[in-house]
Design a binder for this molecule. Structure first.
Ligand SMILES: [Mg+2]
Length: 319
């Protein structure tokens, strides 16, 4: 938050008035005070430091108080600074004009010290409460964003987690229902991952998971999504992509993984992955479509690993 001490700017073209008002505040409050003898000088001051409150005279040569007030109200930087008019102009229409210009209060001269102080203190307190509320809201929003990020991200790899990609698939599926078309889903899994952990330790295993997420991400288009589905299993969603292209992408990923030499601490090794490719089929729904990708992956594992297996698709979706 900003400075603790309240800063009050007093604007009046009459120096005697500034002195009287300044003394009343000095004797009764611990506010920091600043003074300006014209609207122009007030703006020059406010450009340098923002007051918490402005006490504003109306009749001044040059820019008058109403103009100063409405200018401050229009500016986003200064619109929440409470402005109290302190003036000899006591006609009802002047008072109305003051409020219309954006003033929060209107005090006519000669004023009663105690009453004026109460009014000033009230608005200073309200301003402080608003500022605090705003700060708390900001903190709350930041905390909420953090929680949301944590809830939707796989902490090890930094990519979306299962819940996140499930949400995204639901969105893709409704888009397909509206506009037709389909999307590809690739379920893939690191071959013999347990052996990596057993041979080199879990730190190396974690490194491999991160490295794999990284390689896959680099080989995808911007609209594609990769998520850690669980353990050493990843799910990739390719929006608006038919199964042939899903297979092509998988083949490219399979090669990139196979070619990569992984280096962690003193170990140098390479790994392979097996891929099962399916598309979202409207009559099956998301879960059963994923199941088909999963079954294809299983087939790939059964028949030697390090390969891409395409699920059988009954109905060819067309765009
Ligand atoms: Mg004046």
């Amino acid at each position: 938050m900003k400075k603790d001490k309240t800063l009050v700017l007093i604007v009046d073209d009459n120096k005697q008035n500034l002195k009287v008002l300044g003394n009343v505040l000095k004797e009764n409050t611990d506010y920091n005070l600043a003074f300006a003898i014209s609207g122009e000088e007030a703006f020059a001051y406010i450009n340098k430091s923002l007051p918490d409150m402005v006490l504003l005279d109306v009749m001044m040569p040059g820019m008058d108080g109403f103009t100063v007030c409405s200018e401050l109200s229009k500016n986003e930087q200064t619109s929440d600074i409470p402005i109290i008019f302190i003036t000899a102009k006591s006609e009802t229409e002047d008072i109305i004009k003051g409020f219309e210009a954006g003033g929060v209060d209107y005090v006519t001269k000669p004023f009663n010290d105690a009453e004026l102080l109460v009014r000033i203190n009230t608005h200073v307190e309200m301003k402080k409460s608003r500022d605090m509320l705003e700060q708390k809201n900001k903190e709350l929003k930041e905390a909420y964003d953090k929680i949301e990020y944590l809830a939707l991200t796989d902490m090890l790899t930094g990519i979306p987690n299962r819940r996140n990609i499930t949400n995204m698939m639901n969105k893709e599926a409704s888009r397909c229902r509206r506009n037709g078309g389909t999307f590809s889903m690739i379920m893939c899994d690191i071959d013999f991952f347990k052996k990596v952990n057993d041979t080199y330790g879990h730190d190396t295993g974690d490194f491999v998971l991160k490295r794999v997420a990284d390689i896959i991400q680099k080989n995808l288009r911007q609209q594609d999504i990769i998520a850690r589905w669980g353990g050493e299993e990843f799910l990739i969603v390719l929006p608006e992509t038919m199964i042939e292209d899903g297979v092509r992408v998988s083949e490219k990923l399979r090669e990139s993984i196979e070619k990569d030499t992984m280096e962690y601490e003193e170990h140098k090794f390479s790994i392979t992955m097996t891929f099962g490719v399916a598309v979202y089929e409207q009559d099956l729904g998301i879960e059963k479509s994923i199941k088909k990708a999963d079954d294809a992956l299983y087939q790939g594992k059964q028949s030697g690993r390090n390969k891409v297996v395409q699920a059988h698709v009954k109905l060819r979706n067309s765009f």
